[in-house]
Design a protein around this ligand. Structure first.
Ligand SMILES: [Zn+2]
Ligand SMILES: [Zn+2]
Length: 246
């Protein structure tokens, strides 16, 4: 789990890709910068599953290699979030455009490009895609949390947190709302983030262990010390942080 692909995930979680395929070819840098984005590999693996053989023609580029190949000055290739690739049929422009449209429907899509007009000097018949830098596992856990919470509080369960969801969040503490239906999704989510729920685990009850856990969360997300009180309310920012509305 992480924003960047772990060594053991190559060939397993992303069965059709090897790290070396994404290596900067300059021979002077560490080859991968901070790493190759998990969101990029999720996206490419989906294409591979559907279309078969996929060849990476450019993955990570250090700044000097990016400059040497005429990449844009803020290219995501330099962040491990972009790749150029070739699929069977890409000699036809229409296939490249089809795949770009398909990419636009994927979760972590940010931008794509193909040399539709044939006037880019270095692009040839490949497609460039770049993706947002997110941890896909964390993202999945977050979306599940939002949906389960919405069900628990009677908000529209669309999995997207907004003002309506926030307005319906309850105040939860050891004395108020301690057995609210929202406690369980909260526990599941905190556990997915690596928080220790203590002996009680996911039990749907907000006890002392949960209070300590929330205090730690409040500290970790940078709330002022006066708000590190172990109480989950919208007014005091904790729900906002949990729902990523802050
Ligand atoms: Zn390099
Ligand atoms: Zn590119």
């Amino acid at each position: 789990m992480g924003k960047y692909v772990l060594d053991e995930e190559w060939g397993t979680k992303y069965p059709n890709f090897k790290k070396a395929e994404f290596k900067c070819p300059c021979g002077k840098c560490n080859g991968y910068g901070d790493g190759i984005a998990s969101s990029l590999l999720v996206t490419l693996q989906k294409l591979r599953d559907k279309h078969g053989k996929l060849q990476i023609t450019s993955g990570y580029r250090c700044a000097s290699h990016n400059k040497a190949v005429g990449g844009s000055t803020n290219s995501k290739h330099m962040k491990g979030q972009a790749a150029d690739f070739y699929l069977d049929g890409f000699n036809n422009q229409s296939k490249r455009v089809d795949v770009i449209n398909e990419l636009k429907d994927t979760e972590y899509y940010n931008y794509s490009y193909c040399n539709v007009n044939g006037n880019h000097p270095n692009m040839g018949n490949v497609v460039h895609v770049d993706t947002k830098l997110v941890d896909p596992d964390e993202d999945t856990a977050y979306k599940t949390f939002v949906k389960d919470l919405q069900v628990a509080i009677g908000a529209n369960p669309d999995g997207i947190a907004g003002p309506e969801t926030l307005s319906k969040t309850p105040t939860i503490s050891t004395s108020t709302g301690w057995n609210h239906k929202a406690v369980k999704p909260l526990q599941v989510y905190l556990q997915s983030l690596g928080y220790d729920l203590g002996e009680c685990g996911v039990d749907g009850k907000f006890g002392k262990d949960m209070k300590a856990c929330i205090k730690k969360y409040q500290k970790d997300v940078g709330l002022a010390s006066k708000y590190q009180d172990g109480i989950v309310t919208a007014k005091m920012y904790t729900w906002k942080k949990l729902l990523k509305l802050d």
